[in-house]
Write a protein that binds this ligand. Structure first.
Ligand SMILES: Cc1ncc(COP(=O)(O)O)c(C=O)c1O
Length: 431
């Protein structure tokens, strides 16, 4: 695919379509956009204002106070880090792009996986080796299928050199258990693969108190961790991302290549955002409280949507991270086929046009297009206004709030009408 042929990313394109239809008067429940949908607390807005004086270009990889804060963030999560291993960037997407540009060989991706990895790889003419995720979780290739896939890739003349893991995962809203991550780390070691561990959802894990295991705990010398504040603090529009490179000669050489690319593309993370990142990554108590409340909300609503989907006849892994649910309507394929729904594209279309629910079909994530799967971004249910979203955030029982309960009821009715599934699990039973 040439750069000229690049269509807009499907989630952004769907968001624009939904907004267009809403303006034209069509009522829609929008579960199509991966945004945390939470308002900005005053303590973050204050830092943004305080950062206005940071108007110089500054260091390409980020100012030292900001990188030190990021190093502390990783160190508190069991990954001892010093500031020189960190690169700050305007979002993690550009860092991932720079990594794709800087790394040689083919890249291994889980199927399904986040919509952007593959287009980024293709932009640099990198071959992609897709490996299905295991039954119990998404975000990682099934370890049982990875080695055969690597062998097949080599036989086909490819040279797989890197692998992307997403912990927790978008689109499935789950995270791989430690034992799976360990096995993947062993395979990466045996096959000389660099691991890119996208941990942008790492601070949104349900139930609260649970935690992901990073491959960097097993193979620190061959793992680059990427992250950012777009999801955990709902700051997608502020564009704050960062990466941790291995503290090895090779790791720091890769980091230099990324910094070289950064110097030609984004120069540095915007100064006011470095002030926000410095503050946020040092994790003061008010920020931790805010994060805990956000995570509780994400878990409660994702759990409620999961119940709606399974109550309507889908199978679905219970969500354990992020704010997504990824149901599979294979159990009622026969009934859906009678309505002309035979794959994820027709399911997505039917839901949008006939049911009034916007979701992204599994095919956008590289999943088997014939499967009846889609991603529902459950964070879109928190409210229409900042007032409703604050209520949701502060509630100990958000799914009981009238504005959320109403949407869940509408969603439940819509899916039960679609699937005709009889053992209705009323939303009221979710509380
Ligand atoms: C898995 C994953 N990684 C990375 C990103 C990019 O985030 P940002 O560029 O805002 O840091 C997203 C956003 O949707 C994501 O879902």
């Amino acid at each position: 695919m040439s750069a000229h042929a690049f269509p807009p990313s499907p989630n952004l394109a769907l968001d624009e379509l939904v907004n267009h239809r809403r303006r034209a008067g069509q009522p829609l429940i929008h579960l199509g956009f991966g945004e945390s949908q939470l308002p900005v607390p005053d303590f973050l807005a204050d830092r943004l204002h305080a950062g206005a004086a940071r108007n110089r270009y500054g260091q390409i990889g980020g100012e030292i106070d900001c990188r030190e804060a990021a190093a502390g963030y990783f160190t508190r999560r069991g990954l001892r880090t010093h500031a020189d291993q960190v690169v700050m960037a305007p979002g993690s997407k550009p860092v991932l792009l720079a990594l794709m540009a800087a790394l040689p060989g083919a890249v291994v991706l889980p199927r399904p996986c986040w919509v952007t990895y593959e287009p980024q790889a293709r932009l640099f003419a990198r071959e992609v080796v897709g490996v299905p995720v295991p039954p119990q979780c998404g975000g990682v290739p099934d370890p049982d299928r990875l080695v055969p896939a690597l062998r097949a890739a080599r036989r086909a003349g490819l040279r797989p050199r890197s692998i992307v893991l997403t912990l927790p995962d978008n689109p499935t809203g789950t995270h791989a258990p430690a034992a799976v991550v360990r096995r993947l780390a062993e395979i990466a070691d045996d096959w000389d693969l660099l691991v890119i561990s996208d941990e942008i959802y790492r601070d949104i894990v349900h139930p609260p108190g649970d935690a992901i295991t990073s491959p960097a705990e097993f193979i620190p010398d061959r793992t680059v961790v990427t992250s950012g504040l777009s999801k955990s603090l709902a700051l997608g529009g502020w564009r704050i991302g960062f990466a941790r490179f291995p503290d090895t000669v090779d790791g720091l050489a890769l980091q230099s290549r990324v910094i070289g690319l950064a110097s030609e593309i984004w120069s540095s993370l915007a100064g006011p955002m470095q002030e926000v990142a410095r503050y946020a990554l040092s994790e003061p108590p008010e920020l931790r409280r805010h994060l805990a409340a956000s995570t509780r909300l994400h878990g409660a609503v994702a759990g409620a949507v999961h119940e709606v989907m399974t109550g309507a006849g889908a199978s679905s892994r219970p969500p354990t991270g992020g704010f997504y649910v990824y149901p599979d309507f294979a159990p009622i394929r026969g009934r859906l086929a009678k309505m002309g729904i035979r794959d994820s594209a027709t399911l997505e279309r039917h839901l949008l046009d006939r049911v009034g629910v916007a979701v992204l079909g599994g095919h956008h994530f590289g999943d088997d297009p014939s499967a009846l799967r889609f991603r529902a971004a459950t964070s879109m249910l928190y409210g229409e206004s900042d007032e409703e979203r604050w209520l949701a955030l502060e509630s100990t029982d958000p799914v009981a709030l009238p504005h959320i309960e109403r949407l869940l009821d509408t969603l439940s009715d819509a899916f039960h009408t679609l699937t005709g599934y009889s053992t209705r699990s009323p939303v009221v039973a979710l509380r």
